[in-house]
Design a protein around this ligand. Structure first.
Ligand SMILES: Cc1cc2nc3c(=O)[nH]c(=O)nc-3n(C[C@H](O)[C@H](O)[C@H](O)COP(=O)(O)O)c2cc1C
Length: 486
């Protein structure tokens, strides 16, 4: 049996969109480590799964346990089997895009989706389950956290920014208090700070409020300076840190100082980017090392430097239980076998402006020439930034949207160059691609860490697939039987 007091040795990293599926998190949790679901855009992906008819019936089961059944009913009715016919092909109908004022429909969908994802990951065992959010993606954050807390989430993990307010928000939500989060708005000089609000009481709309526990909070950081800043914050300290290097999959912290690019156009990291692990250890909170820690040697190295263990993403992203579309996983494994599938650290791809790791795989938008053929459209909107319009209202723009639209909203044309639509690309990677009017389907974008080239170490000879437990076995080595339930 999992000992809930024991800190995990391995954190299976939160990987959006949908790669850290509930199935993956559940498999890891059942083996005694911390399984993490991704909370990024789960409202959209849950709606699309319902539109597809909830093929394995698991969302419907989770919805039956949601504490507010009138809300669960509305979600069922609105989305179940609601695909739109489009020139002989099924098309997903539009789900509202996130904005500061989410609107009741999207608010309910966000709470329910985060609840379901955690609830499904917790099904049938008593292991620990966490949820991962990106700080940069602010507008859905408050209801997302509350939804996860309704499902009794054990850990919240957040990176890609400075998640300074989260400890206080978790404490307040655990008392069912109203919470606010300041939202970054561009060109906002002279205006009052813009806040996103969430009220558990209004959400429950007269129903009794369930008791919720305060999950632990792990901040994902890339420097001891940021860790110390968060530790000393008046909003409360995180309960620990995930310390991530720039070779990790997904978004990376930019190099310190002026961005210098290599001959291949990738950011060059230097001595100033080396993480001061001793400085992190001296804070005295538990921490886990991440980014290229996919072997037992690396795990032992982390332990010998005072870490509790490691957070690993790339190795889990390709295993059977991950949410990546199955044939895509096989194409990647085949490509690696042939020495292909290079991982590019792309300084421009992400609309957030953070470097983003992209796998150069044929047939995906990871190939620059292929991505240039995509007709720009912004219809999911998770990475849009809020900006103040001349008339004082707030608008939303994304440098990956059609260039003319972005410029008309005050964006700079040079900021649109090289940007990819991560929203549509990442959702396609999990097999929920939109069909466009012309019959085309949105192509995937795959992200992975530099360690992708070593993925074959988790495969048994002659096999083309592996399970989450195979990763845990390799990572923990001798310690595997000590820590797992198997
Ligand atoms: C496919 C993929 C998606 C990721 N998405 C996120 C994310 O949404 N949020 C996040 O904090 N980290 C994300 N990461 C980083 C992982 O959580 C983890 O920290 C990282 O993968 C560890 O390094 P590794 O890739 O070398 O194992 C992602 C990583 C991968 C491989």
């Amino acid at each position: 049996m999992m000992n809930k007091e024991r800190l995990p040795q391995i954190i299976q990293g939160g990987m959006g969109v949908g790669i850290s599926s509930w199935q993956l998190a559940r498999a890891v949790s059942m083996n005694g480590e911390l399984g993490v679901v991704s909370g990024t855009a789960v409202a959209l992906t849950l709606a699309r799964r319902l539109m597809d008819g909830d093929i394995d019936g698991q969302i419907s089961k989770a919805l039956e346990d949601f504490p507010f059944q009138d809300i669960a009913d509305r979600i069922r009715k609105k989305y179940t089997k609601s695909l739109i016919e489009n020139q002989g092909k099924d098309k997903y109908k539009q789900v509202p895009m996130p904005t500061i004022d989410l609107g009741q429909d999207l608010l309910e969908l966000i709470v329910v989706a985060n609840y379901c994802e955690v609830h499904m990951a917790k099904m049938g065992h008593d292991g620990l389950v966490g949820i991962n959010f990106l700080e940069k993606l602010q507008t859905p954050t408050l209801p997302s956290i509350y939804g996860a807390m309704l499902a009794d989430v054990d850990y919240v993990l957040m990176g890609a920014g400075i998640p300074i307010r989260i400890p206080q928000i978790l404490t307040d939500l655990a008392k069912n208090l109203d919470v606010t989060l300041p939202i970054k708005v561009a060109e906002d000089e002279g205006y009052e700070p813009t806040l996103s609000h969430f009220s558990p009481t209004s959400f429950a709309d007269g129903h009794p409020l369930p008791e919720v526990k305060r999950p632990k909070f792990l901040a994902i950081v890339s420097s001891a300076t940021l860790a110390t800043h968060l530790f000393r914050s008046s909003f409360g300290s995180p309960d620990g840190f995930v310390v991530e290097t720039a070779i990790a999959g997904g978004h990376n912290a930019p190099p310190r100082g002026k961005m210098i690019l290599s001959d291949l156009g990738e950011p060059v990291y230097g001595d100033r980017d080396i993480i001061d692990i001793k400085g992190i250890a001296s804070i005295g909170l538990p921490f886990w090392l991440a980014g290229g820690y996919g072997t037992e040697e690396q795990y032992l190295y982390a332990k010998s430097n005072g870490a509790e263990g490691v957070q690993v993403g790339t190795a889990f992203a390709l295993c059977d239980e991950s949410g990546m579309e199955k044939s895509l996983k096989q194409r990647i494994i085949q490509a690696i076998k042939k020495g292909l599938g290079r991982v590019r650290t792309d300084p421009l791809a992400s609309p957030t402006g953070f470097p983003f790791k992209v796998v150069e795989l044929e047939g995906t938008n990871g190939i620059i020439e292929t991505s240039l053929e995509r007709k720009r459209i912004c219809d999911l909107g998770y990475l849009r930034e809020a900006y103040r319009k001349e008339n004082g209202n707030i608008g939303y723009r994304c440098p990956s949207e059609p260039e003319a639209d972005y410029v008309a909203k005050g964006g700079k044309i040079e900021d649109t160059v090289g940007r990819l639509c991560l929203c549509n690309g990442l959702v396609s990677t999990m097999g929920l691609a939109q069909h466009r009017k012309n019959g085309d389907q949105e192509l995937p974008i795959v992200t992975a860490g530099d360690d992708l080239k070593y993925i074959l170490r988790y495969l048994s000879p002659g096999q083309l697939s592996y399970k989450a437990i195979d990763v845990l076995r390799i990572l923990l080595g001798q310690a595997f039987s000590k820590f797992t339930t198997q």
